[in-house]
Design a protein around this ligand. Structure first.
Ligand code: A3P
Length: 352
């Protein structure tokens, strides 16, 4: 039995995945209790061990396909725990590879189509209506998979047929993907200060009704520090990447470094990706992917968000700052998080 927030949770074993993870389902009364905090969770959660990854029930049907996904050597994967700056990095990487002179009309299409979120399907309710804004904005799926049923996972299907060069986003940790991944593709892994991740993830979980979190930051931080949010323990996610940081196909980026020195970070990325861009091109990429520009042209991200939360706290593009967490943390909560960071991130990483 495990404590989730204030709830005693029992797990019921159901199967073993190709990755070797044991799948246990959180259901019944326990799931009902979690739903009191997360109103959008209409289906069950499952826990994958080792790692104690917490994912939606739908993941168990996608897991083996994701594990066996046919990566191409030209692929670049943007991998992060949620809210570390994935969207920003996706746009940076795609623009560097596909649109460095900002003259590619595809650059104006939605990022979700250009850089599919390969495991994103597990976050979409089974009963998604055909006229959902989420599906409506996925024109790439409609175009490239005209006969496919979105219920079979539209991001996964889109990822399979996307032409080269593919840039693909995942929130999965290394251990849920095939062990040959890093020997096959380049991975850009983004990390962010845990307090900023918690603030941003709290906002995200209130913003989208499919999550529907109801409660203050303090309560959310408890879920976060206990590894009981979807995508599981942040410290294990980061540790798995940190252990691979010397691998030539892994490029580790700190969100805070992107904010502090975008040109320096773009030059580092340019070397890693082998894009050979000039400083003029990199400056264009920096401008095009700035917070204000991305926010202005990515309105579709808020089309399925809760308007009252957008009004009071902002939308998907909330603040885009390194230190905004300071406006949200009480001294007590900060002390609690500092102690937790010292305990869990004891493998050498120094957050900025
Ligand atoms: P905040 O909530 O702190 O504003 P993800 O893309 O992984 O969901 O991360 C989202 C976080 O990155 C949000 O942080 C969001 O505002 C921020 N972000 C998105 N685009 C950005 C950009 N171009 N520049 C800086 N931050 C950006």
């Amino acid at each position: 039995m495990v404590l989730i927030g204030q709830v005693n949770v029992r797990f019921r074993f159901i199967k073993v995945l190709k990755s070797g993870h044991k799948v246990e389902v959180v259901d019944g009364e326990e799931m009902e209790a979690i739903r009191k905090d997360f109103h959008g969770y209409t289906t069950n959660l499952i826990r994958l061990t080792p790692g104690r990854w917490l994912v939606h029930d739908r993941y168990k049907n996608l897991a083996n396909e994701l594990y066996d996904f046919k990566w191409r050597s030209s692929d670049v994967v943007v991998m992060t725990y949620p809210k570390c700056g994935t969207t920003w990095t996706q746009e940076i990487v795609w623009t560097m590879r596909n649109n460095p002179d900002l003259d590619n009309p595809e650059g104006a299409t939605t990022l979700l189509d250009r850089v599919p979120f390969i495991d994103g399907d597990m976050n979409i309710p089974d009963d998604i209506p055909a006229d959902s804004p989420f599906l409506a904005m996925s024109q790439g799926f409609r175009k490239l998979c005209p006969d496919a049923d979105p219920k079979d996972g539209f991001s996964l299907q889109l990822s399979k047929v996307l032409p080269d060069p593919r840039t693909i986003k995942t929130h999965l940790p290394f251990s849920l993907l095939h062990p040959s991944l890093l020997d096959t593709v380049k991975v850009v892994y983004v990390v962010r200060k845990p307090k900023a991740v918690a603030v941003s993830y709290h906002h995200h979980s209130r913003l989208f009704s499919v999550v529907g979190f109801q409660g203050p930051l303090e309560k959310f931080v408890k879920y976060f520090t206990e590894g009981n949010l979807v995508y599981g323990p942040y410290w294990v996610h980061v540790k798995e990447a940190w252990e691979q940081r010397e691998h030539p196909n892994l490029h580790l980026v700190f969100y805070e470094d992107l904010k502090a020195d975008i040109m320096g970070e773009l030059r580092r990325l340019d070397t890693f990706l082998g894009t050979h861009l000039t400083d003029t091109q990199l400056a264009k990429v920096a401008e095009h992917t700035s917070f204000n520009q991305m926010k202005a042209r990515s309105k579709e991200y808020d089309s399925f968000a809760i308007p009252e939360v957008i009004q009071s706290e902002g939308g998907f593009f909330r603040r885009g700052q390194s230190s905004d967490w300071q406006n949200k943390f009480t001294p007590e909560l900060e002390a609690y998080m500092d102690a937790w960071v010292n305990e869990k991130f004891d493998f050498g990483i120094q957050f900025k």
